[in-house]
Write a protein that binds this ligand. Structure first.
Ligand code: SF4
Length: 353
């Protein structure tokens, strides 16, 4: 038996939480957690992140099990289809033309090359193919070229996602017409910290693109980055912005900053890894139906940290050894880790592989 008596308050809180869930399930016929809140305050979110670690993880994992299968992880693959030379000044990004990094810029790939990459991603178990282009805002011709690729990748039977920067409502409608499943556009951080990270586009610009995408009927992939020198309150502020979107984003990537030499954030103090776990747990509780993705930064995480993040409610990862322009653990390592955790990769409905 473990040493020391269990804390009485913790047991009472756990029993109470279970009782509440059971009552909700009996009253509504639905699993608890379906009652999604859009009125989170920053104070509430900050208090949630600050809860005793084991209480927070217990609640987050219990919430996760209500609506998601803890033995399944979604796998996506992210390809940079147009690299570098971006006019924006995102302080974390090696693709900004403003920073002196080693990155080699590349024009938009032809659709055939994109589809060939999607085929190989599918063969390695990815069900979603994400295409990223380093643009501030694409022009209509560029959107048209991407739409052609989206249609072709969708025809393989994969979910499609693109991230192209700011979109007009007409452009969002064109991509929806091509069958695009998800559009990625991150809020990055809290509105208060945002100005420390980006000055070339506003928080409102981002929210407008999210609204255009949502109005076109495309699902949202929207999250942020931790470890950029922000405070816990900023992490709470980011989660509040995401949770207040109605509907909440279907996909919520939580990225850990990858510090790239030459970018202004290179040399930032490292975030305590348990803060990442707390942020994911709070995201799970505040957005119970969303799929939380443990996104960039996995190469610098231990397997044990990744396991904790999955326990806290993350259930999606990117496969492959590159994530746009930075390193990712690679399929072999991921399969080994997921095997050790008794976790399978998700398959799409109707996919017999
Ligand atoms: S994050 Fe996107 S918008 Fe910002 S500099 Fe990089 S490619 Fe450009």
């Amino acid at each position: 038996m473990c040493g020391g008596a269990p804390d009485h308050d913790v047991i009472v809180r756990a029993l109470w939480a279970n009782a509440v869930r059971l009552c909700e399930r009996l009253a509504t016929g639905k699993p608890a957690g379906m009652n999604v809140r859009h009125d989170w305050t920053v104070n509430e979110a900050e208090a949630l992140i600050a809860r005793p670690f084991h209480d927070l993880l217990f609640e987050a994992h219990a919430c996760h099990r209500e609506l998601h299968d803890p033995q399944v992880v979604e796998a996506a693959m992210l390809l940079s289809v147009k690299t570098g030379a971006c006019p924006e000044d995102c302080a974390y990004c090696p693709q900004s033309a403003k920073w002196n990094t080693d990155l080699e810029p590349a024009r938009l790939m032809p659709a055939e090359e994109i589809v060939a990459s999607a085929r190989s991603a599918q063969a390695s178990g990815a069900t979603r193919f994400c295409m990223g282009a380093a643009w501030r805002a694409p022009n209509d011709r560029q959107v048209e070229e991407v739409a052609v690729a989206v249609e072709a990748v969708g025809a393989l039977g994969m979910e499609t996602c693109v991230t192209l920067g700011m979109l007009t409502d007409e452009q969002a409608t064109r991509l929806a017409g091509a069958g695009l499943d998800f559009y990625n556009h991150n809020l990055d951080t809290s509105p208060e910290f945002y100005g420390e990270i980006i000055t070339t586009r506003t928080y409102e610009d981002r929210l407008e693109t999210l609204a255009n995408v949502r109005d076109a009927g495309v699902k949202l992939c929207c999250g942020g980055i931790v470890g950029m020198g922000e405070s816990r309150r900023d992490r709470a502020g980011l989660l509040v912005q995401l949770a207040r979107l109605d509907p909440q984003p279907e996909s919520v990537p939580i990225n850990l900053l990858v510090q790239v030499p030459g970018t202004p954030l290179h040399g930032t103090d490292e975030l305590d890894p348990l803060e990442l776990v707390r942020t994911i747990a709070a995201a799970r509780l505040m957005m119970p139906e969303s799929v939380v993705r443990l996104s960039a930064g996995r190469s610098q995480m231990t397997d044990e940290l990744q396991a904790l993040c999955l326990h806290a409610g993350a259930s999606s990862i990117f496969l492959g050894d590159r994530l746009l322009t930075t390193a990712n653990p690679g399929d072999d390592h991921d399969r080994d880790l997921l095997g050790r955790l008794d976790v399978d990769l998700a398959v799409l409905e109707g996919d017999a592989r």
